[in-house]
Design a binder for this molecule. Structure first.
Ligand code: CA
Length: 507
């Protein structure tokens, strides 16, 4: 027994020395805007035996590069994001829940988007210069930090609107905009003189592609690959935040892929959405190829995810259509609004690579335990050996154990999505544990009875059977647990007509 322990210690020491001598690992976060769990040919949902289960939407979308990445890594079937853009993006940057960083709905470039009864003090100006951010910490640890694509971290004129103020060394095409006016080079991505009366959502910095047929997704990919080549030439480890504008509306059809969908019975927008997905997927493949070409694939961790539930234009927003079989879509409190695809893989698996020894990722694996957008920050810092500043609170968990295919017994199984604003689902908090999900309705208008919801996700994963009246004890227990977490994360609440805070009531 003693001997065995001694041998293991020696192996651990040898691995640690190998890592200390190796070139630092590179990290790519490949973030797709408004991409939900079912917008892909990779099946993320599983059957009772934990095996991947295909649904019709998996056969509608074409994502061969995601299939390639999924084969060489692990995907999560239970990964949660906030229901809209900015809250998730700030969580990836800070490792904090939206309640704590305070950006609880999407940032409107032109002003405060709190909604009629939203909390007046919510963080509508987003991230600021000097805030602790993932790229900021990585930069201090010797990384070249590259931002490509959609930023949406702060409103027009704010510090946060410019990624260079938030820890990035390079910014390609990032601004205060949450979507492009146009994906077409012919439209100068929204900068064409024809738009001069309403000059918004114009994507900056891609002038060399104006008046070409380069789709925005392709332009961003070419620029990202060029930045990777620069970082490798300078022999610096890199962090690439590849945040595609795709697949957010407007649903501009990508002509490169339109033929694949034209004979279907689905409508024009649904077809265009599928082309946006396929263009994003080509980008993933092109970046993986570039990593191999540059000789850094073995040393590069790729994390692929969506920023909120799907916005696929496939039917009514609260039904089982856009993200079928899941219910709801982006902006709703249903699972279709908060579940996103997540894949982590080394760009080229190589068991001999010291970083892959430190973080071994099984091939073609599925992780069933919860993961959240808050987890990227601690996971990446831990991998590269960077320290989180002592005064910076982190709500996420290091995913290392889960990425290696194991269950982490020490992580929280709860996910809190607090949305004290107006949208498709308004003024509500979703509180989700392993088997149960509560949606607490603040009902600020005071009209009728608040419509709280309680689902048993294990028995009813598609949220058809509201158990509030059938399971009153569980309902009370879930509210109490939700309130504890809201308090711990310093949540702000909706207000009534007199400006008084509406606190959730424990029965
Ligand atoms: Ca989004």
């Amino acid at each position: 027994m003693m001997m065995k322990k001694w041998i293991w210690s020696l192996i651990a020491l040898v691995a640690a020395v190998a890592v200390a001598r190796a070139e630092p690992p590179n990290v790519i976060v490949f973030l797709v805007d408004d991409m939900g769990l079912m917008d892909t040919s990779v099946p993320f949902l599983t059957d009772e035996d934990g095996q991947p289960k295909r649904y019709p939407l998996n056969d509608w979308y074409r994502t061969p590069s995601m299939e390639r990445l999924a084969k060489q890594g692990i995907r999560f079937n239970n990964f949660c994001a906030q229901s809209v853009c900015s809250p998730t993006r700030a969580s990836i940057m800070t490792g904090q829940n939206a309640t704590r960083h305070g950006t609880t709905t999407w940032i409107q470039p032109g002003g405060n988007n709190k909604g009629k009864n939203g909390p007046p003090e919510w963080n509508w100006t987003g991230l600021k210069k000097g805030d602790t951010t993932l790229p900021g910490v990585l930069h201090k640890n010797g990384y070249t930090t590259i931002h490509v694509g959609k930023a949406h971290f702060g409103p027009t004129g704010s510090e946060g609107s410019n990624p260079l103020n938030l820890g990035f060394d390079v910014n390609v095409a990032g601004a205060e905009w949450g979507r492009p006016k146009s994906y077409y080079g012919e439209d100068h991505y929204g900068n064409h003189p024809k738009y001069k009366k309403h000059r918004t959502h114009n994507i900056p910095g891609l002038e060399k592609y104006h008046d070409t047929d380069t789709f925005l997704t392709e332009a961003l990919t070419l620029e990202a690959n060029a930045q990777l080549a620069v970082a490798v030439k300078e022999k610096k480890p890199f962090y690439l935040y590849m945040a595609h504008y795709a697949v957010h509306a407007p649903f501009n059809s990508d002509p490169r892929f339109a033929d694949h969908y034209k004979d279907s019975d689905k409508g024009k927008n649904a077809q265009a959405f599928a082309t946006l997905i396929e263009g994003m997927d080509k980008s993933l493949g092109d970046i993986l190829d570039q990593l191999e070409k540059l000789g850094v694939a073995e040393n590069t961790l790729v994390i692929f995810l969506g920023d909120n539930g799907s916005d696929a234009p496939l039917g009514p927003k609260y039904d089982h259509t856009s993200v079928a079989p899941l219910r709801g879509k982006k902006g709703t409190s249903f699972e279709g609004g908060m579940r996103v695809p997540f894949i982590a893989a080394w760009a080229k698996p190589d068991p001999k690579n010291p970083w892959q020894k430190k973080l071994p990722i099984p091939l073609n694996a599925i992780q069933e335990q919860l993961g959240t957008v808050m987890d990227l920050y601690p996971t990446i810092l831990d991998l590269v050996g960077a320290k989180n500043p002592a005064d910076h609170v982190v709500d996420g968990y290091d995913l290392a154990l889960q990425l290696s295919g194991k269950t982490n017994p020490d992580r929280s199984e709860a996910f809190l999505m607090h949305f004290p604003h107006e949208h498709r689902s308004s003024y509500c908090t979703s509180y989700r544990t392993q088997d149960w999900k509560l949606v607490y309705d603040y009902n600020p208008g005071g009209k009728g009875v608040a419509k709280h919801e309680l689902y048993n996700l294990k028995a009813d994963p598609f949220e058809n059977d509201n158990l509030v009246s059938k399971s009153p004890e569980k309902f009370d227990q879930m509210i109490a647990a939700m309130v504890r977490q809201l308090k711990a994360e310093n949540a702000l609440y909706p207000v009534d007509g007199d400006g008084e805070e509406l606190l959730p009531k424990i029965h």
